[in-house]
Write a protein that binds this ligand. Sequence first.
Ligand SMILES: Nc1ncnc2c1ncn2[C@@H]1O[C@H](COP(=O)(O)OP(=O)(O)O)[C@@H](O)[C@H]1O
Ligand SMILES: [Mg+2]
Length: 216
Amino acid sequence: MISVLVAHAKGGCGKTTIATNLATAFANAGLQTGLADADRQGSSMKWLKLRPDTAAPIETLNWRKGTGDVPKQMARLVIDAGAGVDSKRVRALLKDADMIIMPVLPSVFDEAATKRFLKRVDELKPIQSGRKPVMIVGNRVRASTRAAKDLDAFLGKLGHDTVTMLGDRAIYQDVARQGLGIFDLAPSRRAGVVNDWLPLVRRIEDWVGERAGDAL
Ligand SMILES: Nc1ncnc2c1ncn2[C@@H]1O[C@H](COP(=O)(O)OP(=O)(O)O)[C@@H](O)[C@H]1O
Ligand SMILES: [Mg+2]
C-alpha cells in the first residue's frame, strides 16, 4: 500500500480538494482506494457520503479521533489532515504515510503560515532524512498573473519540489457537490484540467516504483 498525507496548518488552501480528487485518480485506475478523514470538520467524509454508487468505489476511514486500521488489501490511501494540525499530529499521521502533499495558495497572507508549518515538518525525522518526500502543489493558480509569478518565486525557495500547479477552476466545486472528482469525468469533460494532476499522480506512482526497486 502507498499512503499520501495531504497537510497544511491553514484552512482553505485545498487539502480536501486534493485529497478527494487524488482518491478518484487511484479509484478510477482500478486500485482499491481509501480516503481517511483526519479533519474535525469531516469534509472528506461528507464528500464520500455524496458519492454515487455508480462511481469508482472509495472506502471511508474515519480518523477524526486518531488513526485507525487500514484494510490489508488497500492499494492506495489518501489522508486528509484537516486544518490546524500541529507537529505532534502531523508526526502521528506521517507514521501511516509515505509522503506529504502540501497545497499552497498564491496569497501573500499564506506565505508566513506556509513557512511556519514547513519549518516544523522539516524537523520530522523521515522528512529530514529524505525517506519521505514533501511534494508542494501550487493551488488556485491563475496563469500569467503577478500572483502566479510571486507564488513561483516563493515556492522555489522552500527547499522541496513543487510538483504541479492546479488552476483556479469552478469545476472543482461543481464535481465536489456531486461527490465526484476530476478523474470520474468523461475524458471530454476533464480535458484541460486533468493535465494539472498528471505530474502529481505520476510522481506518486514513480515513488512507489523507486521504493519497490530499493527493496530488491
Ligand atoms: N483549484 C481550485 N479551483 C477552484 N476552487 C478551489 C480550488 N481548490 C480549492 N477550491 C475551493 O476552495 C475552497 C477550499 O478548498 P478545500 O479543498 O476545502 O480546502 P481545505 O480542505 O484546505 O480547507 C473550496 O470551496 C474548494 O472548492
Ligand atoms: Mg478540508
